[in-house]
Design a protein around this ligand. Structure first.
Ligand code: ADP
Length: 300
């Protein structure tokens, strides 16, 4: 089994214990999912990350960190005179807020070359991308990515998509909504978060979210809803999976990313959809009890 995640990994500056000091790390939604999948996926699964990165020192550190996470770096494209995106976490009375510098990030060029995309996808069985992957691209290269994903799906690859709605990364909500539904139209599996979908698409309940993605051509929809039950829908059959209660929620960063890794790991092992969703819930339940995006986990 070969899993390919496509997107942007960024440098992260997180407050260290001494005020004013910061710890350098690397994270990003699709990268986080790849990192968790490398931990909980099938034994024989090769996890690769597809992105574009610069050629400076920070890029070398990022590539080493990706590799240290057990993720193959063969599909990291080097772009001259570019660097990686950066975000800084600020803490105010325990509340985290984020500042981003990603406008010039090399990852914006990840879909410039259709040949590189095609080669990576041909060598993969499951291909994963997100609404953030789409948001960082220009319209023309977004279309290049859609074409490559559409061709991969037609050739039998499984395409998985987290809409991950981030209106701040888009010129307008309309543009975001249109691109996200285009992403859904080339996907077999969609993993939306109800709260975001309700805010931007006006869905009355998780069933409405599942219905909308199914109508766009997605076969399997799994609707996350924080601590609430996860609704899933496959070929018009619906079901729910209760989220196990977590007594001490410390930090929900990467809850959705790790959940997606659990679900995809289960599906790659040919488990039932309910079993796969349950694995996602148990993994995310461990992740919300630790700090930061990348929490050391064993298979739940
Ligand atoms: P996202 O991070 O994409 O917004 P959610 O907040 O819906 O996603 O969370 C994803 C998954 O993480 C949930 O389906 C659930 O399994 C787990 N999770 C999130 N918040 C909690 C919580 N407070 N208690 C237990 N599990 C949680």
């Amino acid at each position: 089994m070969r899993f390919l995640a496509i997107g942007e990994c960024m440098a992260e500056l997180a407050p260290a214990s001494k005020p004013g000091d910061y710890h350098l790390g690397f994270a990003g939604d699709t990268f986080n999912t790849a990192w968790y999948l490398a931990r909980v996926g099938p034994e024989d699964c090769r996890v690769s990350y597809f992105s574009a990165i610069g050629q400076d020192e920070i890029f070398r550190q990022m590539r080493d960190a990706i590799s240290a996470g057990g993720i193959d770096t063969e599909y990291l494209l080097e772009v001259a005179d570019q660097t990686v995106g950066l975000y800084l976490i600020s803490l105010n009375n325990g509340e985290r807020s984020f500042s981003y510098w990603r406008g010039q990030s090399a990852a914006r060029h990840l879909a410039d070359d259709p040949g590189s995309l095609r080669r990576a996808m041909e060598n993969s069985d499951v291909i994963y991308f997100s609404g953030i992957t789409l948001a960082i691209l220009e319209e023309a290269t977004r279309d290049t990515l859609f074409d490559a994903l559409g061709a991969a799906r037609a050739s039998g690859k499984m395409i998985a998509f987290d809409p991950n709605l981030r209106p701040g990364l888009w010129p307008s909500p309309e543009c975001m909504k249109e691109a996200v539904m285009q992403g859904a139209a080339v996907s077999d599996i969609s993993l939306p978060s109800f709260e975001d979908e309700a805010s931007w698409f006006g869905d009355a309940d998780p069933e409405a979210t599942a219905e909308r993605y199914a109508a766009a051509g997605v076969d399997t929809v799994v609707v996350k809803n924080g601590a609430g039950p996860v609704l899933y829908r496959q070929s018009s059959e619906c079901g729910v999976c209760e989220v196990p209660e977590v007594a001490d929620v410390v930090d929900t960063t990467a809850a959705g990313d790790s959940f997606n890794a659990g679900v995809l790991a289960g599906l790659m092992e040919n488990r039932s959809l309910w079993d796969s969703v349950s694995l996602g819930c148990r993994l995310a339940g461990k992740v919300v009890q630790g700090r930061g995006a990348l929490v050391p986990v064993d298979r739940p």
